[in-house]
Design a protein around this ligand. Sequence first.
Ligand code: PLP
Length: 376
Amino acid sequence: MSNGEFLLPANLMEAYLAHKEDIDAAVHRVLDSGWYIGGAEVTAFEEEFAAFLGVPDAVGAASGTDALELAMRTLDIGPGDIVATVSHTAVATVAAIELTGAVPVFVDIDPVTFTMCPECLQKTLEEDTENAIKAVIPVHLYGHPADMPAICELAAAHGAAVIEDCAQAHGAAIGDTKTGAWGAIGTFSFYPTKNLGALGDGGAIATTQPALAQKAKLLREYGWEERYISAVPGMNTRLDPIQAAILRVRLAGLSADNGLRRDIASAYTKAFAGTSLCLPTEADQAYHVYHQYVIRCDRRDELRGFLKEQNIGSLIHYPCPVHLQPAYAQRIPLPPGGLPNTEKVCQDILSLPIYPEMGTANTDRVIDAVRLWLAG
Ligand SMILES: Cc1ncc(COP(=O)(O)O)c(C=O)c1O
């Protein structure tokens, strides 16, 4: 087996080169238009993205973190409110809650799908006798949808809104309903490594309720109803038109790219079936878009080191749950039994390389290397 060039876990340059001509043309279209904030490209992307998701409205924002904050502010969540989410996520989910002045509480995850455990959410909601939990934010981590039918039912019974953190799940679905179309609002990041990635920062919210979209549009630009007149206190979080134009190119290929990710995932799953590795699974009705292919392995660090020797990069998403990070430790309420699944999985998870342009030769390289390690 050849060691070859270093294989990155995700390769942004290849993603650009795969669509270079169209992306360059899109960027020049914006440069030549003389319109550098908002405008036709942003509106066109919002419409195309909403159509892709099957919702009436999408509203661009400057990042996925901003999209989360914007979603909460749109739903009037702020100081004095509690928001239930998971600790096994990108820190942005929790940071955004605190940016609104609300307080996060953590719910444990299901160790198989790595997403919010509905039974744990139920306990958290039952303990909230004062009804202070105003929203629930499940995260569709790694591209696998959280159990939205159960989570939406529990939240509705408690009178809490559901905001889906879809930063890692563009195009994922349960049955015919895409992630982002289940809750009151779905939030997206277009950070370059995401399944739908810009070439810089970007984000959006999606909603099935046009009134919420209208309110979000007001809030994202200083609360302006008319220029220079703020009707409500707002933010500045605008999707850049150059990024919107690039995203329109990438959106046209998103379903095909997700298909390529699924092909790589299925090759890995076939190759590693029956080994000691714990492989990702897909819940009934779930359409996984494999933002990451995450295995569990009790000698994870050894495997990671071996892959590195073979010139293969891998990552850990995430090595430390949010509630144990210095900025948050001891500060955020935990459920009575703690977060045992959250604390366990971070010790043995490993994300193998996966990106649409990876190709069969690189997929085989990873498979051969992992098999070699397993045989050793
Ligand atoms: C689950 C999750 N939520 C939120 C974010 C925040 O997105 P951004 O980096 O665009 O602010 C990310 C991206 O890192 C993410 O993975």
